[in-house]
Design a binder for this molecule. Structure first.
Ligand code: CP3
Length: 343
């Protein structure tokens, strides 16, 4: 693997421009992805190493981003823990959510072999990629993963049954967190053994509970996954959406980079986060619905940030692409980043 822009940045080196990639870049906004989707379901695409590898690499060709992210989903971990998952028009659904039970872990049946097909996807990507394309692996962080497992679906965005369960059954919740963390540690290390260059932990629902509760139950779990990744020499990016002022507890012990959501200006996040931790983000994905003039004006603001924090910033969104974002605006952002004079 060449030491490309993203890897240099993760190593806190100064570069002529920031690297750029997008959460949820593999799919949805790409016309080429939607074409493949005419013939295969999402589940079929994920399960087929050749197709999943091709989809992973599509945004490199079509958008020109500086990294590929594995085409899979965070919910493969609950499936490997024995849960049945359906992909419906309304998103993922676990027909038997764990909040139905008093002791959820007793109803799980973990078989790590169920993740094998994902390592085949990684092998295929490593074979097909240009060796200047770093590959980002990922999994869901324990709170986000647990929310889906307990609630069963995401239509209620505040996951009421999941949070109620956490408050009502602390001991059982802790057992579930431990079980998710254990498999995530194993899964992350296997991804690295198969060749991922960078690992990102998706904690989309960090803002769901008070920070102190998050700190008590979930930060130790994040630390375990982070240590497992970094013990292999792989950079670790943590995306705790909605963490807010909890960002002031994000230190180099926890992660190398933290991905900032769109709620907070990057300069404010910079003041909260420990100075040795790099920042990633934080364009509002919905900005990409607007005009090119508006997009350029917003992007322009990042220039002074880059001038002051060159060695510690990766450009990305503050959350994933939405399905109906125009492809040409996504491409516009990448071209803008590459063609702008950053100094
Ligand atoms: O970033 C990438 O492009 C890599 C692949 C990736 C997917 N999901 C593929 C996907 C990643 C990193 C994820 C993470 C994920 N999955 C998260 C955390 C990040 C976030 O966006 O909040 C969560 C919460 C999930 C669970 C999930 N998967 C939901 C709620 C849904 C349905 C709603 C939606 O956003 O589409 C999915 C489906 C999903 N995962 C799709 C893709 C490409 C859409 C499938 C399709 O094309 O219909």
């Amino acid at each position: 693997m060449q030491k490309t822009l993203l890897l240099k940045k993760l190593n806190k080196e100064a570069t002529a421009r920031p690297p750029v990639w997008f959460m949820r870049q593999a799919g949805r906004v790409l016309p080429s992805y939607n074409k493949i989707k005419e013939n295969y379901s999402f589940r079929e695409m994920m399960a087929n190493p050749e197709i999943a590898a091709d989809v992973t690499l599509l945004p490199i060709k079509d958008l020109g981003v500086d990294a590929a992210i594995l085409f899979s989903d965070i919910l493969v971990v609950p499936v490997a823990m024995g849960m049945e998952l359906e992909w419906t028009a309304n998103g993922p659904l676990f027909p038997t959510p764990l909040s139905n039970y008093l002791s959820p872990v007793d109803h799980l049946n973990t078989s790590p072999q169920k993740l094998e097909h994902i390592y085949q996807v990684i092998d295929e990507i490593i074979e097909k990629r240009d060796n200047s394309t770093p590959l980002i692996g990922f999994c869901g962080s324990p709170l986000t993963t647990m929310c889906y497992m307990l609630q069963g679906e995401s239509r209620k965005h505040d996951f009421p049954e999941a949070v109620k369960f956490l408050y009502q059954n602390e001991r059982e919740s802790q057992k579930l967190i431990d079980a998710i963390t254990e498999l995530s540690v194993y899964y992350a290390q296997k991804q690295i053994e198969h060749g991922v260059d960078v690992f990102q932990l998706f904690e989309t629902h960090a803002g769901l509970i008070p920070f102190e509760l998050y700190q008590e139950f979930f930060i130790p779990a994040v630390e375990k996954i982070s240590n497992a990744v970094r013990s292999k020499g792989t950079p670790f990016i943590y995306f705790p959406k909605g963490l807010g002022t909890g960002l002031k507890y994000v230190t180099p012990d926890l992660c190398d980079y933290v991905s900032i959501d769109w709620q907070m200006p990057l300069t404010d996040a910079r003041q909260l986060v420990h100075s040795e931790v790099g920042l990633q983000g934080n364009i509002d994905p919905r900005l990409l619905y607007s005009s090119k003039e508006r997009i350029s004006k917003e992007l322009e603001k990042y220039k002074s940030y880059f001038a002051n924090n060159n060695n510690r910033w990766i450009m990305n969104l503050g959350h994933g692409f939405l399905p109906d974002i125009p492809f040409e605006n996504a491409k516009f952002v990448v071209d803008w980043v590459k063609n702008s004079k950053w100094y």
